[in-house]
Design a protein around this ligand. Structure first.
Ligand code: NAD
Length: 352
């Protein structure tokens, strides 16, 4: 009986529910969602995360607590969780992780994210994203892992003029150090595939949002500010557009990639169409039920005018299909935000 992840392409993967997956960056936004979904289907998860203070560490601690509770609730019926706190560049730590845990699947999401801070501190980005990725690939080669799935970014497309960004276009003109480190990761990964036959899939995520979303990103800031009556800082006139992707769609695409183990591939994971900043804010107003106070600021260096994912390749190879519209995604995110604010008067989110 072929296994099916959702409702389309059936896959034959005898390991589903029995994998041990190393999720780097597993305490972060996307990583904690992916780890949760893997535990939920009975896979074992090994998290490595340095818990850096790029945003409030309490959020990452809460994410890990959620994973621990999920693992505990499985009552030994799969879903084992191991957590290692430290830097993916720390050789002693990483040696221990591979020796003790022997993960055969890697989902490499640890990175310094964010375009604007990369302009302030490019070296930090190179260390985490280029050196760190190379280190993960080195261990993956040495320990002969079955499949490496790693996070790239829509930012590699730079100021592409294509209506829809496709994996086949040249991406040699990154407009921020962050984008350059993500493209570098893809290229180093290719060399590991070429030299050692490592299976590697690079996923170019397009602006991900949803419950537990990063507080430094615009979607979270908009919801939190509109809800509390604070002023929104809007960069540009609102005509810039982003392919905003709801977290559940991203998790679905990541897990499909983990289960398929292509020799070397790059896939866009996005919604498949852009939404103007002004429309996004209007949807936030609709679901929060309040008007936004907007302060207009100039466009920021490193920002691109628009992103639009061509998801036909991911659809063909992975059976990926974005299922959540922006309207529904914002509705769900606002519902999460409000429920979580109601839980405790002062929690890690309220302080963002
Ligand atoms: P996040 O900051 O919430 O998660 C990243 C996690 O990695 C953090 O918990 C951080 O502590 C950890 N980390 C960073 N450097 C590390 C290191 N050297 N060693 C160990 N741990 C380290 O970010 P996210 O939004 O969940 O992003 C996950 C991945 O997806 C990143 O690779 C990011 O570049 C990529 N991405 C995200 C988006 C998005 O919209 N969120 C878009 C494109 C690509």
């Amino acid at each position: 009986e072929p296994l099916t992840l959702s409702n389309d392409i059936p896959i034959v993967d005898p390991h589903v529910g029995h994998k041990k997956v190393l999720v780097t960056g597993g305490a972060g936004f996307i990583g904690s969602h992916v780890a949760y979904a893997l535990l939920d289907r009975g896979d074992s998860v090994v998290v490595v995360d340095e818990m850096n203070d790029y945003y409030d560490v309490k959020i990452k601690e809460a994410n890990l607590k959620l994973l621990q509770e999920k693992s505990d609730s499985m009552n030994g019926d799969g879903g084992h969780l191991a957590i290692y706190l430290g830097d993916i560049n720390n050789q002693t730590l990483m040696r221990e992780v591979f020796e003790v845990e022997s993960p055969e699947w890697i989902c490499h999401l640890a990175a310094r994210a964010g375009v604007r801070p990369s302009i302030q501190n490019p070296l930090l980005y190179v260390q985490a994203n280029v050196q760190g990725t190379t280190n993960i690939l080195e261990y993956s080669r040495e320990y002969k892992v079955r499949n490496v799935v790693m996070a790239s970014s829509s930012s590699v497309y730079g100021e592409s003029q294509s209506t829809f960004f496709s994996e086949s276009e040249d991406v040699n003109e990154p407009v921020s150090p962050y984008a350059a480190t993500k493209r570098s990761g893809e290229l180093i990964a290719y060399s590991y595939h070429h030299l050692y036959g490592l299976n590697i899939t690079n996923l170019r995520f397009f602006t991900v949002y949803g419950p537990r979303g990063r507080p430094d990103m615009a979607p979270y800031k908009f919801i939190s500010s509109v809800s509390s009556g604070k002023t929104i800082e809007q960069y540009g006139d609102g005509s810039t557009s982003r392919d905003y992707t709801y977290i559940d769609d991203i998790v679905d695409g990541v897990i499909r990639s983990i289960d398929r183990a292509y020799p070397y591939q790059i896939f866009n994971l996005g919604k498949g169409s852009g939404t103007k900043l002004s429309e996004f804010i209007a949807l936030v107003e609709k679901h929060v039920g309040k008007k936004a106070n907007i302060k207009l600021l100039p466009e920021q260096p490193g920002d691109v005018p628009f992103t639009n994912a061509d998801v036909s390749k991911a659809s063909r190879y992975l059976g990926y299909k974005s299922k959540i519209s922006t309207d529904e995604g914002i509705k769900k995110t606002v519902a999460w935000f409000e429920s979580m604010l109601g839980e405790v008067a002062s929690n890690q989110w309220a302080e963002q």
